[in-house]
Design a binder for this molecule. Structure first.
Ligand SMILES: Nc1ncnc2c1ncn2[C@@H]1O[C@H](COP(=O)(O)OP(=O)(O)OP(=O)(O)O)[C@@H](O)[C@H]1O
Ligand SMILES: [Mg+2]
Length: 256
């Protein structure tokens, strides 16, 4: 089963081809990494998948269904959930309110007439906060969280929507090494019903989490392969060396 298929997807901003003729197939239940230097088009590609942006060319298929013409909200109902590179939390609301709101957007408000459903929603929220390591912070306003904690909460919010395809855009950005480790464990522990596409500059995180990796460069796919194939690729190293961006990870063997 294919969770996601992109056929010749492109997006232009004026004369700039931010995403250029991208083909990509992601098998259901896999964790797929998307890497590339700054400005490669990774976040734009995510927005084209989620429907935040419209494609200029090509088509997007979700579980075999062409969703190119569907709006973001319609795609969300079909199971796409994304965390954004720039936070979209409700900062004055508490950690648990942020998660409950997301669940309500998916399932509707359980309402006071349905105490059992309310209890189920609270149980689920408790599980999600435990999974991302925020149980003790549930009553804190989201605005009081550290940068790393906010990213953890964003993942809980995305999971509350019960996605079949989870798009994570730089989830480890600003995290401490310990928080990064927890993130890796969290993604590894996700049920296989959730297909994960992860954009990350921390290549160590990508290589630990992803079973396959696509490298974008100047809007185009440079290579799709296993983490070791990507690590050993001369053209990938060159793309990174060109920007001096984490090139050391491609020195033979790499870390770990
Ligand atoms: N709304 C927009 N209007 C015009 N240009 C844009 C827009 N969004 C992105 N771009 C441009 O498209 C290119 C790709 O941007 P994008 O944000 O997708 O890159 P990225 O790979 O996510 O980079 P980073 O690693 O820095 O997050 C960049 O040159 C960027 O300036
Ligand atoms: Mg980006």
């Amino acid at each position: 089963m294919t969770a996601l298929e992109l056929r010749g997807v492109g997006r232009q901003f004026g004369a700039l081809r931010a995403v250029d003729d991208v083909d990509l197939t992601v098998a259901a239940g896999t964790r797929h990494g998307l890497i590339g230097p700054n400005g490669a088009g990774k976040s734009t590609l995510f927005k084209l998948i989620a429907g935040t942006l419209r494609v200029s060319a090509g088509s997007v298929l979700l579980a075999g269904r062409d969703v190119t013409g569907l709006r973001e909200s319609q795609r969300a109902r079909l199971g796409i959930s994304q965390t954004l590179q720039h936070s979209s939390l409700f900062l004055p609301l508490s950690v648990q309110q942020n998660v409950l709101l997301a669940a309500q957007r998916r399932h509707g408000n359980p309402g006071s007439l349905w105490p059992r459903r309310q209890a189920a929603a609270r149980d689920r929220m408790g599980e999600l906060l435990a999974a991302v390591g925020l149980s003790t912070r549930r009553s804190a306003p989201a605005g009081d969280l550290s940068h790393g904690e906010r990213r953890q909460l964003e993942i809980a919010v995305a999971l509350a929507c019960e996605p079949s395809l989870l798009l994570l855009d730089e989830p480890a950005a600003g995290m401490s090494p310990a928080e990064g480790d927890r993130l890796v464990e969290l993604v590894q522990a996700l049920p296989r019903e959730v297909t994960v596409l992860i954009v990350e500059h921390d290549l160590d995180v990508v290589f630990r989490v992803a079973e396959s990796v696509t490298v974008l460069h100047l809007g185009q796919v440079l290579l799709t392969g296993s983490p070791s194939q990507v690590r050993e690729s001369a053209s990938v190293r060159e793309a990174y060396l060109g920007t001096a961006d984490r090139a050391e990870l491609f020195v033979q063997g790499g870390p770990g």
